[in-house]
Write a protein that binds this ligand. Structure first.
Ligand code: PLP
Length: 381
């Protein structure tokens, strides 16, 4: 267990774990994580086990349970409430397809949701489930006030991004969950832009379900992700797929086997052994640094970026209080940002264009020099 404070952590030593930072000014975590060398080492150790031990550990379900335990420990949830899934989309589809819908039910999302937290719900339209989409308020945010008008007695799920991938707004999950639970609505959270950065336990923010593909702030591989669900919700959901490991038995002769009582019910067949091997080590790495330290570091870096934006008179679209944002800061360049993003890319400064605006996104491996380099490149365009 880590003991240090953010000031005591040697951030430049940790930056050296990310060779990509030597070549690029990388401010694009919200798209893909650049990975630490431990990922390469753990992929090699996975192969080594196959070469030297015929995959005794590499293909072992016991190792998968170690990943579940590590992820649960790092991100804060009972292991039995964690399903190891492929990506955010798979988790959201497990919920959308497995929920006990009744005729006339509706699900509420916002205009700010990613495609992968929109299409799984759209796919329910042909089953008569209404999709209600909240527009942002005048301040460009979707808060409980926007949802209030749409949620009614037939609303069963409110599905929100924890940190909005476009403008970087962080939802207040405690406020939203209190609102939802008062109305008998389940709160489902797309956590991919938050898990690995924010110092919050998954089981302590009031959400019923939190899903996060592993390939961004968790430093895992694409194809390995996590789904947290409360015991109550696990019991409510009928998994859309079931095979070996989804049931509480391996006995093939039982006519109607019971589903696993815990989150194993959402898993089926051979898992992504290599990806989950990496995911365990990445979760342990994050734990060792400390989510509290990471959270403080990303707050400091993003605050510095906002300060620089003010100095350069670039409008910041993301809310300023740390409680309302995460590692993403979106900037309004006064016109479509596509050309600027491309020109910056040509200079080795990697940012993204989202909703026509320039999106920066950071993790602890970034530093103030990255931000200075970004602004001088931007000013020089
Ligand atoms: C908010 C959000 N949800 C989901 C995804 C990705 O979904 P998946 O993990 O299914 O690829 C992204 C980005 O790729 C995202 O920004």
């Amino acid at each position: 267990m880590q003991q240090s404070t953010p000031e005591e952590v040697d951030w430049s030593a940790l930056r050296a774990d990310f060779p990509t930072t030597e070549k690029f000014c990388y401010l694009n975590l919200a798209n893909k994580a650049i990975l630490p060398t431990l990922v390469e080492k753990s992929m090699q150790s996975w192969m080594h086990d196959i070469y030297e031990h015929a995959g005794d550990s590499a293909f072992s379900m016991g190792e998968i349970e170690k990943t579940r335990a590590a992820v649960a420990d790092t991100f804060g949830a009972p292991p039995e409430c964690i399903a190891l899934i492929k990506n955010t989309s798979e988790g959201i589809n497990i919920v959308a397809q497995g929920f006990p819908w009744k005729d006339g039910d509706n699900v509420v999302i916002s205009e700010f949701e990613h495609e992968n937290n929109t299409f799984p719900w759209r796919h329910l339209a042909k089953r008569g489930i209404e999709i209600r989409i909240a527009p942002p308020g005048d301040d460009g945010r979707v808060t409980v006030d926007q949802y209030r008008d749409l949620v009614d007695a037939h609303t069963r799920i409110l599905a929100v991004g924890w940190v909005v991938y476009g403008n970087g707004y962080r939802s207040d999950l405690r406020e939203l969950s209190a609102f939802c639970h008062d109305k008998g609505v389940k709160l489902m959270v797309d956590g991919i832009q938050a898990v690995g950065i924010l110092n919050e336990r998954l089981d302590d923010v009031g959400a019923d379900i939190i899903i996060a593909g592993g390939h961004k702030a968790q430093f895992s591989l694409a194809g390995a992700g996590i789904m947290y669900a409360t015991t109550e919700v696990i019991q409510m959901l009928t998994p859309p797929y079931a095979a070996k490991y989804s049931f509480d038995t391996l006995d093939r002769t039982i006519d109607a086997p019971a589903l696993a009582d815990d989150a194993h019910r959402f898993e089926y067949g051979n898992p992504n052994f290599a990806g989950l091997w990496v995911q365990r080590r990445s979760a342990e790495y994050i734990k060792q640094i400390g989510l509290d330290n990471i959270d403080a570091r990303v707050e400091a870096l993003t605050s510095y970026l906002i300060e620089c934006a003010d100095k350069h008179q670039v409008r910041v679209r993301t809310p300023r209080p740390w409680s309302q944002r995460g590692g993403i800061v979106s900037l309004d360049l006064g016109g479509h940002a596509g050309k600027a993003v491309k020109a910056l890319h040509d200079q080795g400064v990697i940012v993204a264009e989202k909703d026509g605006h320039l999106r920066t996104s950071m993790h602890f491996y970034n530093n103030e020099e990255d931000i200075d380099q970004f602004f001088s490149a931007l000013q020089a365009l």
